[in-house]
Design a protein around this ligand. Structure first.
Ligand SMILES: [Zn+2]
Length: 132
């Protein structure tokens, strides 16, 4: 008697496992098909995604509090000294006036090639720096 119950119980357990396995598969496959098309359309803007935050930077003493502008959207990776910079005008996010230090450390920004050339040295690992 005991044995028969055990067998029945096992079979019931297997039935649940089988139901879960086979029950899940069709829905997964059904969901995969439409997302393939969506992924392709989403991937395009990814190619112009922002660079990772600068790993190397040296902020010259006395310039860390320089006010700079950042565009807070998910594409911008530069800061601007000039708030009328043409590259800043393309901003579709929120303008923020922050210190140079925050722009680099909190926002992960590099200098703008148009208006912030003088801060290019900040990210130049080969630049010889003098300790004042
Ligand atoms: Zn600029």
């Amino acid at each position: 008697m005991k044995n028969r119950f055990a067998i029945k119980h096992k079979a019931f357990g297997l039935a649940i496992v089988a139901a879960l396995l086979f029950g899940c598969q069709p829905t997964e496959q059904q969901q995969e098909t439409p997302t393939i098309g969506m992924e392709q359309t989403i991937q395009e803007p990814d190619t112009v995604q922002r660079r990772p935050a600068p790993k190397f930077y040296v902020i010259a003493p006395g310039t860390e509090r320089t006010r700079v502008w950042v565009c807070d959207d998910n594409r911008s990776d530069i800061f601007h000294v000039d708030n009328k910079c043409e590259l800043l005008l393309n901003c579709t996010g929120v303008f923020k006036n922050v210190s140079l230090q925050r722009a680099i450390e909190d926002y992960g920004r590099y200098n703008c090639d148009k208006c912030s050339q003088r801060f290019a040295d900040v990210f130049d690992i080969n630049k010889v720096r003098y300790d004042f």
